[in-house]
Design a protein around this ligand. Structure first.
Ligand SMILES: C[S@@+](CC[C@H](N)C(=O)[O-])C[C@H]1O[C@@H](n2cnc3c(N)ncnc32)[C@H](O)[C@@H]1O
Length: 162
């Protein structure tokens, strides 16, 4: 009984503390993943970053399409779960257990996010300073205030940073 309680508390803690730094875990649905990749329109072999990679579903979709994909996930339970889940695609998928705000984002062609409205301006500021090659952002659910949307479909907003 005590062990069950300890496991329950660890679970609540791992899923709870991330909301200090970003959105809580909510899985992205397949139609939205398909729309995001359709709008991003990347070529196989190109690289995509997912900020908050959750259970690894988006990473697997990207790897199956032939993209290289880098996920950042702060929740250690989801991190280990997604490492196991994506093992088959390990040549294409890299996952880091990091706070994505506290690291330099690597060179990539596309980015997928499912954040919170209050983080969209912070994301925009970071992408305006992103000094690698041009990058496309597919944001699920939330727009960047004041920025021109290049395309949209199914609740996904596409932005381009030159
Ligand atoms: C809305 S969910 C997206 C889930 C993912 N797209 C999926 O379909 O499984 C947001 C995810 O971001 C993670 N997260 C929140 N803030 C973070 C941060 N600062 N750094 C890394 N991951 C973070 C959460 O733990 C959660 O799994």
């Amino acid at each position: 009984m005590t062990w069950l309680l300890i496991i329950f508390i660890i679970f609540i803690f791992c899923f709870g503390f991330v909301i200090i730094f970003g959105p809580p875990y909510l899985p992205t649905l397949k139609p939205q993943i398909e729309s995001a990749f359709m709008l991003l329109n990347l070529k196989p072999g190109q690289t995509i970053i997912e900020l908050g990679s959750g259970d690894g579903k988006v990473l697997i979709y990207a790897a199956k399409k032939g993209y290289k994909v880098i996920g950042y996930e702060l929740n250690p339970i989801l991190y280990f779960f997604s490492i196991i889940r994506t093992f088959k695609y390990r040549d294409k998928v890299k996952i880091h257990c990091n706070n994505f705000w506290q690291i330099d984002w690597p060179e990539a062609d596309g980015m997928f996010t499912f954040l919170l409205p209050r983080q969209m301006t912070k994301l925009d500021n970071r992408l305006n300073k992103y000094d690698h090659r041009p990058i496309k952002l597919a944001s699920f659910a939330f727009k960047i205030p004041g920025k021109k949307i290049n395309k949209q479909k199914n609740g996904i907003f596409l932005y381009e940073y030159k």
